[in-house]
Design a protein around this ligand. Structure first.
Ligand SMILES: C[S@@+](CC[C@H](N)C(=O)[O-])C[C@H]1O[C@@H](n2cnc3c(N)ncnc32)[C@H](O)[C@@H]1O
Length: 327
């Protein structure tokens, strides 16, 4: 079985790193997922549920494992991580690149294909997750794959507590994918803005940038099902440099309805998400589950106003979103 696991990791790594054939990527990633699932300790993985924290909830190990099957997400994040490691090597010639993988889940998914490119002399991972079951299972998978030399440390802790208590640690790269569309629900925003003290001066945070934008879904006639989209603009950008003082737990922004919209046509407000993972590796709106557009329920018409204020807790429940017409 374990030779089969190694075979499927190699196959999926080839698909992720060297092929643009979506079908090959889907099949290879699904086969690898099945192998990882079989090699896992199911009772352990199923023993833990979601964990709520003030900054967002942390996916249960079984759901975190499933994230791998969002193929575009997995491909772009792995490619982005490889790009970030190569850039870190350029910035620090001859050094072993240290990577903190915050929220590794039970398969340490994003780290595995990277081992097809680099040697354990090139890179070392610290993998961290809030769920003990994920850390124990990731350790098991890494041992079965014979990849232990790539992994320096396994940490079971809330990433935010780890950042607060380990500021002496300095990593070349920190990667996390702890997010849902529009930065609702999960703690990506908090993790991104609090990671800086653990990055070397020239360190790289992955993803580099997450942008939330607004567009309008305009129904072509009153009571119509068919619609068109009008872009409004970006309302929020998250990077490692988003300052804690300008970063409050809420996203707050104003936006204006573009002129030219007919008075009586109803429209909905749509939040879109774009992720620049690293360099050219970008996940555009709708390309992955985590960039799925979010259409807000209420419909408006132009007479309701043309300037809006939006506010919601990053990492919070979409039900807490508030929209107010300003004028
Ligand atoms: C969306 S899953 C991603 C799993 C895997 N890294 C992948 O990319 O397929 C997020 C993982 O991050 C973990 N996580 C979320 N918030 C965390 C936090 N504040 N501290 C530590 N782990 C966290 C969850 O437990 C879960 O395993």
């Amino acid at each position: 079985m374990f030779d089969s696991l190694k075979y499927h990791l190699k196959n999926a790594s080839d698909a992720i790193l060297y092929s643009d054939d979506k079908n090959f990527q889907n099949v290879a990633i699904t086969f690898l997922y099945n192998e990882l699932d079989e090699a896992s300790q199911q009772s352990l993985i199923e023993s833990q549920k979601d964990t709520e924290t003030p900054e967002g909830f942390c996916l249960a190990p079984s759901e975190a494992a499933n994230c791998m099957l969002d193929t575009n997400r997995t491909v772009k994040f792995v490619r982005g991580l490889v790009g970030a490691i190569e850039e870190a090597q350029n910035r620090n010639p001859g050094e072993r690149i240290s990577i903190l993988y915050a929220g590794c889940g039970p398969f340490a998914t994003l780290s595995l294909p990277v081992t097809a490119i680099f040697t354990p002399d090139d890179i070392g991972f610290t993998v961290l997750d809030i769920h003990e079951a994920s850390i124990q299972n990731a350790k098991r998978i890494i041992r079965l794959l014979g990849l232990r030399n790539y992994f320096d440390e396994y940490v079971c802790q809330n990433a935010l507590d780890y950042f607060a208590t380990h500021q002496e640690k300095k990593f070349d790269v920190i990667i996390t994918e702890t997010m849902a569309s529009a930065l609702f629900d999960e703690p990506q925003a908090a993790i991104t803005t609090k990671a800086a003290p653990l990055l070397k001066k020239n360190g790289i945070f992955v993803p580099e940038r997450i942008v939330i934008g607004v567009k309008l879904k305009v129904y072509k006639a009153v009571n119509a099902d068919d619609f068109g989209h009008i872009p409004v603009g970006d309302i929020f950008t998250l990077t490692k440099d988003t300052k804690p003082d300008s970063f409050s737990p809420r996203l707050r922004a104003n936006f204006e309805i573009p002129p030219g919209l007919e008075d009586d046509l109803p429209f909905s407000i749509v939040l879109n998400t774009k992720i620049k993972v690293f360099g050219p590796h970008v996940l555009d709106e709708g390309e992955a589950g985590i960039t799925r557009p979010v259409t807000l329920k209420r419909k408006y018409q132009k007479r309701d106003g043309s300037k809006f204020h939006i506010s919601y807790p990053l990492g919070g429940d979409p039900k807490e979103l508030r929209i107010r017409v300003v004028e």
